[in-house]
Design a protein around this ligand. Structure first.
Ligand SMILES: [Zn+2]
Length: 145
């Protein structure tokens, strides 16, 4: 972990009642929101120092526009079997009581997470691939088009 720029920030990060969080792997300071999400902050709220640049871009691929467009063209399909026909088998399937989740890794820079919830609707989430060692699996049908 980088040492904090000032004592105020150092104390705030260690104090669980203050909604600030630090991700040492990504060099990211985050303001934790009451909604459960978070907001990235670029400057120290105590002394005004600019924080070091996030390492997020170094760890993940920049999503290729063409690959995002391919994923967007799938949104609206509401049948997991139809998706399997187009993409091949997912590289991972996780089932919980609330939903099933399918992970397709057909692309170089992004992965597609498809969640099937209790109402049987499919929810599509595109996430950037990690640069370290994540291999492109799947049959790559979309890459041929
Ligand atoms: Zn500071």
């Amino acid at each position: 972990m980088e040492s904090p720029c000032c004592r105020g920030l150092g104390r705030a990060i260690e104090n669980p009642t203050i909604p600030l969080d630090y991700d040492g792997a990504l060099f990211e300071y985050r303001l934790l929101l009451t909604t459960g999400g978070h907001a990235f902050i670029s400057f120290c709220p105590f002394c005004g120092t600019e924080f070091p640049a996030s390492r997020r871009a170094l760890l993940h691929f920049e999503p290729a526009e063409g690959e995002i467009a391919q994923i967007e063209s799938l949104v609206g399909i509401n049948d997991i079997d139809e998706l399997r026909k187009r993409l091949g088998e997912p590289v991972e399937v996780v089932a919980t009581e609330q939903m099933e989740q399918f992970r397709f890794a057909n692309w170089r820079t992004v992965e597609l997470i498809v969640q099937r919830q209790a109402d049987a609707k499919l929810r599509f989430i595109a996430v950037p691939k990690m640069r370290d060692g994540q291999t492109c699996e799947g049959d790559g049908k979309l890459d041929e088009t």
